[in-house]
Design a protein around this ligand. Structure first.
Ligand code: PLP
Length: 427
């Protein structure tokens, strides 16, 4: 962890904990590392699902990132951050009617259609609006990405249209009124650390594009090959070799670009860009020994950071963590169970975690927390609400989200004082 501990301590003091702290310099660096490993005719779309904070999106946008959104709120955040409709794609398996209508009227670069029913819906809304909507067809291929712990394609999922079915019915997609089928989209898996796996996956998708173009003699203008580039959360993992990635991807894309110079090539990325650029700061509230284990009870656990707690994983492994309040020269290390505030035995964000000896009020920092933090955590569990978010950039810090207050949560609830009438009870 390269981040300055005393800066974090003062942020934790100023804004309280639990708090997400983002390293904006690292965020931009990660984005640039990816962009520099790709030819300049490939566009990187930042996936807001991993972290939709408008200030982070703005920072990335200022450095040229396009945006991939999965809801109307993410779309409005992207627009607020400065994205132009030309640089937005919208996907997701359940788009609501009002969301589709908004995307169509904004004329975004592509609505990534995930089913035939959705294509019909887009067609009918575009007709009502008197426009032609830009779409891409999301395909769930007969190929799965090696090395991805979470596969979205190559197996039964609720994403996209099966490859064989899509190939058979593509003529109908192309003939659908009021839609302009710009090309195809495939997103096969996430957190891939092998460059060769991303390469094989991309090669398959480009081949699929070529196959459909040849079969239907259509003029496509986009291909979205997804991505899935990961970060090494755990001890035994190695980071994606970006030089190897570049050496494999540049010739692959260049060859494709020679054949299809008018096709916009899109790669999506969230985790690779934001993952290592964020930290969760929590404060030790209590220390106790229970059945032979020593617990550090902290003010933020699964409710703030379900990924660090291993939700959805069979084998739970620890994200890197530090006790940043312990003296620098402290050599006393203790094995802890680091828990959160929830009344759930699973609310553990560090299992058998060796840390510098901690005392009550110490601040612990969970690294690799920039992606899938608040956006994928059950922030309302126990009505704690979501934590604050702070951006550090070029030696300054900025509050970019206030933590939820009791009133924020209570104001959303509506108390109906339902009266009990005995005479209405029938038996
Ligand atoms: C369609 C799609 N795009 C982008 C992403 C972001 O992926 P990652 O976090 O691997 O960069 C995901 C993640 O699930 C996804 O499903």
């Amino acid at each position: 962890m390269k981040i300055n501990n005393s800066a974090i301590q003062s942020i934790a003091k100023e804004y309280g904990t639990p708090s997400y702290i983002y390293d904006g310099d690292q965020l931009v660096k990660n984005y640039k590392n990816l962009v520099n490993a790709l030819p300049n005719f490939v566009d990187v779309f930042y996936a807001l699902k991993v972290n939709p904070n408008v200030s982070l999106v703005r920072l990335l946008r200022n450095h040229g990132a396009c945006t991939e959104v999965c809801s109307i709120t993410e779309m409005e955040i992207a627009l607020k951050a400065g994205a132009t409709p030309e640089d937005i794609i919208y996907l997701g398996p359940c788009k609501k009617d009002y969301e589709l209508k908004r995307a169509i009227s904004l004329n975004i670069f592509a609505i990534v259609v995930e089913s035939e029913i959705e294509l019909e819906r887009v067609s009918s809304f575009a007709k009502d609006l008197g426009v032609v909507a830009n779409v891409a067809i999301r395909i769930n291929p007969d190929f799965s990405a090696e090395g991805s712990p979470w596969k979205m394609g190559g197996r039964p999922t609720h994403f996209g249209i099966e490859e064989q079915h899509a190939i058979q019915y593509f003529r109908e997609y192309l003939n659908t009124p009021n839609v302009n089928v710009k090309g195809i989209h495939v997103y096969n898996g996430t957190n891939i650390l092998e460059a060769s796996s991303v390469y094989e996956n991309t090669k398959y998708i480009l081949g699929l594009y070529d196959k459909i173009v040849q079969m239907y003699n259509c003029k496509f203008t986009m291909v979205d090959v997804g991505g899935g580039m990961g970060v090494p959360y755990f001890n035994n993992q190695k980071e994606l070799d970006i030089e190897e990635f570049k050496a494999l991807m540049v010739p692959l894309f260049s060859k494709f670009n020679q054949k299809y110079p008018d096709t916009r090539i899109i790669m999506e990325s969230g985790r690779f860009i934001a993952g290592t650029a964020g930290y969760l700061a929590v404060t030790v509230n209590n220390i106790k020994v229970n059945h032979g284990k020593t617990f550090l009870v902290t003010d933020g656990g699964t409710n703030c950071h379900s990924a660090a707690a291993g939700s959805g994983r069979v084998v739970k492994r620890n994200f890197p963590m530090q006790n940043i309040s312990a003296p620098k020269d402290s050599t006393n290390r203790v094995v802890y169970q680091v828990s959160g505030p929830l009344c759930s035995p699973d609310d553990i964000i560090g299992r058998n975690m060796e840390l510098k000896e901690a005392k009550v009020s110490d601040v612990l920092l969970v690294a690799f927390s920039g992606a899938y933090g608040p956006s994928s955590s059950p922030g309302l569990f126990h009505s704690h609400g979501f934590p604050s978010e702070v951006l550090m950039y070029q030696n300054k810090s900025y509050l970019i989200r206030e933590s939820d207050t009791t009133l924020d949560i209570m104001n959303k609830q509506i108390m109906v004082d339902v009266q009990h009438h005995d005479e209405l009870i029938l038996n």
